[in-house]
Design a protein. Sequence first.
Lengths: 149, 75
Amino acid sequence: MLMGAGGGLWYVQHLKSENEILTLNNAKLNDAVDQQQAVIEQQLKDIEQIQTINLQLTETNTKLTADLQLAEEKFNKVNASGERRDIGNLALNKPKSIERIERKREQQRARCFEIAQGSPLTEEELNATKKSQINAECTNLANPNYIPY
Amino acid sequence: MREQVIEVLKSHFGDKPIEDNSHLMDDLGADEFDIVDVILQVEEKLNITIPEEETFDIMTVSQLLEVVGNHVQSD
């Protein structure tokens, strides 16, 4: 009987010891799960950020493509006979004229930035209603009274 | 010479009415590059060369005709 009681005591102590080990292991597992959850949450945030950046890049790319097309149309536009203007050929044959136009456009672009930063429109800009009077680089911004015709 | 210049203008700007006092930008819809293009085409058509400085202020058909006329006579 004594042996039976001893065996029982040993068994209980063994169970207690195993239970403590299991409790410790469980705590470690919980820590590991918490850490993994934190990693997953961070990864989800990263993915969200990457998706946002991708979206912004796509929007920028779309805008740049549109701008490029606009510039292409502006520089190499097609005349009434369907002939495409070759700006390279013009620059080759009339370099001073093209340089002069580009200088004027550069000044107009600088003015566009001024207006965008809050500079008030001049009387001349406000009263511009003819194509020869407008700022060709940002007509919508600089010449609100100009109606394209 | 006049007919040839008008021909270049018509091929460039289409059926818009072209008068001596027509403004290349305001009436015909040209931009600055169009004006250079027109001058180059006129030079090629009439086989003349106009110094660039003389073309900087061309804004109307009559100014274009005048400058071209000076070179058709002198070339």
